[in-house]
Design a protein around this ligand. Structure first.
Ligand code: PMP
Length: 358
């Protein structure tokens, strides 16, 4: 038997593995269906050809990008920290605020990585449930806080995968009572538009997480950011790896902010398409869509595994939550372009009709 070197408490973890099945339409990871705008790619290419400083380390704190974000968000540069995707920031925050045997409260259903980073920190992830319609329940959170005295409370709004949101006054009420760090993951903020960010300096224990991967359509370049009080940011900086975001991606994110109107127009299209797809899905027999404030829709459908396979046979990859009892018989569909949404709708209808015939 080979000796195992991995920490004993991590041996049951399965390495993260995104869907690899062959497909022509990728609707499984809540990415943007639109490529990075041509003007941004052209500008990046010009800068690349005219010389670059790639022999140098990047700006470790991404000051130019933080300044651009600070102007847009009307906060100070020191309220912001840039990460290699918001995923890295979740890792950094968890390491900073939770240690061995500490409790970390995570919504269920919710974004799986928060549990994973809690375990890496040696902490104990504890699920708190959303209600039967996958809406946040203030009383469930309050009870979980009382029962477990966690160091971190995760709230994901809009929630991935449910698409539900937690109203800002409710988050604020919890943040006031809670003697720990509240992480508000707003990866899908742009598709909803409500945020606690303007109140950030009133809540020194709240961290807001955002990303360039979803509405800003830059998932491949890995840039995320957090916004919090300066006192909390100073603490988090102690845990941030140096040079964590490469110079090319920092520059791409700056350009993306300069051309924000292109993405804002795309977000409007996706929100319209989401409304259209929700109505259409609600009209399909055997499908129960959950109202969504993000760029995806979660559906409840009998025999989700079969429907998932049926869609794959038509070249469509969606998210199936195999092995997750809370999401049994659920699939999550990322909103695509108009023709993509029509294609998935017709494909679903066809698969379900066939299944009824069996
Ligand atoms: N938070 C949530 C809720 C997400 O859905 C995702 C991506 N699936 C992330 C964070 C991480 O995104 P990224 O690392 O690309 O910024």
């Amino acid at each position: 038997m080979m000796k195992e070197f991995l920490r004993e408490d991590l041996r049951s973890i399965k390495p993260y593995q995104p869907g690899k099945e062959i497909h022509t339409l990728k609707l499984d990871a809540n990415e943007s269906p639109y490529p990075v705008p041509l003007e941004i790619r052209a500008q990046l290419a010009t800068e690349l050809l005219n010389g670059n400083d790639y022999q140098r380390y990047p700006d470790t704190n991404a000051d130019r990008l933080r300044d651009a974000l600070a102007r847009q968000l009307q906060v100070e540069r020191d309220n912001i920290l840039i990460g290699n995707g918001s995923d890295e920031l979740l890792h950094i925050i968890t390491t900073a605020f939770a240690g061995k045997w500490d409790k970390v409260l995570c919504p269920s259903p919710g974004f799986g990585m928060v549990r994973y980073y809690a375990r890496l920190a040696g902490a104990i992830p504890i699920d708190y449930p959303l209600d039967d319609d996958f809406q946040y329940s203030l009383s469930e959170i309050e009870t979980a806080i009382m029962d477990h005295q966690p160091k971190i409370l995760h709230i994901c709004t809009p929630n991935n995968p449910a698409g539900s949101v937690m109203p800002v006054p409710e988050i604020a009420a919890i943040a006031r009572q809670f003697d720990g760090v509240v992480v508000v993951d707003e990866a899908y903020y742009e598709f909803h538009g409500e945020s606690m960010l303007p109140m950030i300096n009133l809540y020194p224990n709240v961290v807001i997480l955002r990303t360039f991967s979803k509405a800003m359509g830059m998932a491949g370049l890995r840039v995320g950011y957090l916004v919090c009080s300066k006192s909390l940011a100073d603490e988090i900086y102690k845990v941030k790896p140096p040079y964590n975001v490469n110079s090319f991606s920092q520059r791409a994110a700056e350009l993306m902010l300069e051309h924000r109107e292109i993405q804002e127009e795309r977000v409007r299209k996706i929100v319209q398409a989401r409304q259209w797809l929700y109505q259409a899905l609600a009209g399909l027999r055997g499908v129960d869509p959950y109202p969504s404030h993000a760029n995806f829709i979660l559906i409840k459908v009998q025999n989700a595994a079969k429907v998932y396979q049926g869609l794959l046979e038509k070249g469509i990859l969606v998210r199936h939550f195999e092995g997750n009892p809370v999401l049994e018989d659920h699939l999550r569909i990322t909103i695509g372009r108009g023709e993509d949404n029509k294609y998935i709708l017709h494909s679903l209808a066809e698969i379900l009709t066939k299944m009824e015939d069996w």
